[in-house]
Design a binder for this molecule. Sequence first.
Ligand code: IMP
Ligand code: MG
Length: 203
Amino acid sequence: MSRQDLEAGLKGMAERLAPVLGDDEVTAIPVLGGAMFFAADLVRHMPSGLVMDFIRIQTYGDSTSPQSEAKADWVPHESNVRGKHVLLLDDILDTGRTLFEAKRYLLDEMGAAKVTIAVLIDKPIRRSADVSADCSVLLMEDDAFLVGYGLDFAGRFRNVPDVYALETGPDGLPLLAEEARDSISSRARGPVVPDGSQTASGA
Ligand code: IMP
Ligand code: MG
């Protein structure tokens, strides 16, 4: 995934989000810390005047029970959420536990008027929580583990500029393998537009 492709993908996402966000009072909320690179690049393609705040979700274990296994441990200011249209951003939607809990927390406990989810990468193969992305830049169909551009392995590699698939070397230590261009495909996945028709399409 080259920087150029990423930039084009983010610009396209901003264009697809525009009619969904409309004239609403929008607060963009990246999930710390992986989404910060994606979010910073995305919002710079969006209209000025949006507010930014942050949420962090701690996930525990590998349970299939989404609600009990993820918990917000850093939350946005209430004034940025109550009654607002929240654009919830994450680097990758995998099992869905993180975004299920983030969305639930923002709607049920903080009073957001609406939550729209946008992710850089949608990886549906391991989805266990009842949550989906309204908008994504990339679809990854297999179960590769990705690093770079905010995605980490044990806290490392977030600062690698491009997205890579992580492989393990003969010594068991991680190697940065081929750029992840073979395992992820670009797709223009649009949000559900206000009239309810899905604009999803292959790209
Ligand atoms: P979920 O809760 O399983 O949907 O996972 C979401 C979180 O898990 C993301 O915010 C990432 O931090 C992490 N994650 C899931 N898949 C990957 C991956 O392939 N590379 C790096 N982090 C990942
Ligand atoms: Mg993360």
